[in-house]
Design a protein around this ligand. Structure first.
Ligand code: GLC
Length: 412
């Protein structure tokens, strides 16, 4: 099959995958209209925050009105103070949640965040539609969320925001968090550790300042902060008010400078997440290490080391089906996906999508092409799986997984 035929086939399968995940209706609470795509009909029936942002981006290739509806539904979860939840339970009776550990802010909204991909998703949908009304309705909600993050998740004022539980980063069981979770050996251990965190949070309510002060699970996560900085750069591009745009640019630079000062390890030539309020660097080399590549203005010599020493290193990230979520020689690396014990080695399409675009934008086209080619091959042969074994390419965990549709939005 030639490239065009394969691309057409991937587009057709994306359409079918997203169609099966399409959910519309009126919520039994507050009678709100929803129109979104769930991450996976069987495993994840609700609206997840960063998944929806990725779905909206993929939908720009299929039906831009659906992309707009996805984000319109998502912003309905925003609280008056700016907070946006990582899950909206449009129809809580779907019941899958009993098997999950969660903190809720209402019976219908979680109390957790996910990486703020929303600014980028709004930009992509706006560019595809040219719809100024859409932009005017959605951008202020995204901007308010970024302000909420700054005001509630950066109590030490260093520019970096903190996550207060593992799944807030979207890379839930990453071994970079192991020291804060009693070094879990499997998903049961992990759930026990998370339950322990939530039990300690119980008397603190949903007061973020108190959760951070309790220092039970506080991580200034490089992947989250890279997406935060990138989002601020997007806000700067989209905001028509010049003073406000300048504020976002300066704010993004502060985040990038803090990543350089506190998370960059010049000896190893990579970025490491900061654990606890005492900001101890994690030892573990995970895909976080490479994520500052997505931030405009990252020092090119730092970027070059990330590419040369790590991305191209066959002991770390240059596996047959890149890019694994953890460096192959890092403690805790596991190329398989034992149920629920995720983000410990397999390759995911959303992180490939971020890195392929970043590498292309920086002129590393051969590296970008390698990721793009292998991503297309994975999805073409294995289908729209949640993640893939980086050695064999075998698809793992949920099937008909929504954000794998980013395969139709790769560069080159
Ligand atoms: C898993 C992923 C998380 C995602 C969710 C729904 O928990 O780790 O990032 O948002 O599934 O797809």
């Amino acid at each position: 099959m030639n490239d065009d035929a394969r691309q057409a086939r991937l587009l057709e399968r994306t359409r079918a995958t997203l169609e099966a995940a399409h959910r519309t209706g009126v919520s039994p609470w507050e009678g709100r209209r929803y129109d979104y795509h769930c991450p996976s009909p069987r495993s994840y029936p609700f609206q997840w925050f960063w998944d929806s942002c990725f779905h909206a981006i993929a939908l720009t290739h299929i039906d831009v009105d659906l992309a707009k509806a996805e984000l319109h539904s998502l912003i309905q979860g925003a609280r008056a103070d700016g907070f946006m939840p990582h899950i909206i339970f449009w129809r809580p009776e779907h019941g899958v949640m009993e098997s999950q550990t969660l903190r809720l802010s209402t019976p219908y909204l979680s109390a957790s965040i996910q990486p703020p991909v929303i600014a980028l998703a709004i930009e992509r949908v706006y560019r595809a539609s040219g719809d100024e009304t859409f932009l005017a309705e959605t951008l202020p909600v995204a901007a308010a969320f970024f302000r909420w993050l700054r005001d509630n998740r950066d109590p030490d004022g260093d520019g970096l925001i903190a996550v207060v539980q593992p799944d807030e980063s979207g890379v839930d069981a990453s071994p970079k968090y192991d020291p804060l979770l009693d070094y879990p050996r499997d998903n049961n251990d992990l759930v026990k550790a998370i339950d322990g965190i939530y039990a300690q949070y119980e008397p603190l309510g949903n007061d973020d300042a108190r959760l951070i002060a309790a220092d039970v699970f506080v991580v200034e996560d490089v992947l989250v902060n890279s997406i935060y900085a990138q989002g601020l750069q997007v806000l700067a591009r989209l905001t028509k008010d010049e003073a406000e745009a300048a504020e976002y640019s300066a704010w993004a630079s502060r985040v990038l400078n803090a990543l350089m000062e506190k998370c960059y390890d010049p000896a190893r030539g990579l970025f490491l997440d900061l654990l606890r309020t005492s900001e101890e660097r994690t030892e573990v080399n995970t895909i976080s290490a490479l994520f500052p590549l997505i931030i405009e203005g990252l020092d090119p010599t730092v970027a070059d080391r990330l590419v040369q020493d790590h991305l191209r290193n066959p002991d770390e990230y240059a596996l047959p089906y890149p890019v694994p979520s953890v460096a192959a020689n890092a403690p805790g690396f596991n190329p398989d996906h034992p149920r629920g014990f995720i983000w410990r080695g397999p390759t995911w399409i959303n992180t490939n999508w971020f890195l392929a675009h970043a590498l292309h934008a920086r002129g590393y086209d051969d590296d970008a092409r390698r990721i793009v080619e292998s991503t297309r091959a994975l999805v073409d042969t294995e289908g729209f799986r949640e993640c893939y074994n980086p050695y064999t390419g075998e698809g793992q965990n949920a099937s008909e997984f929504g954000w794998t549709s980013l395969v139709v939005d790769l560069p080159l």
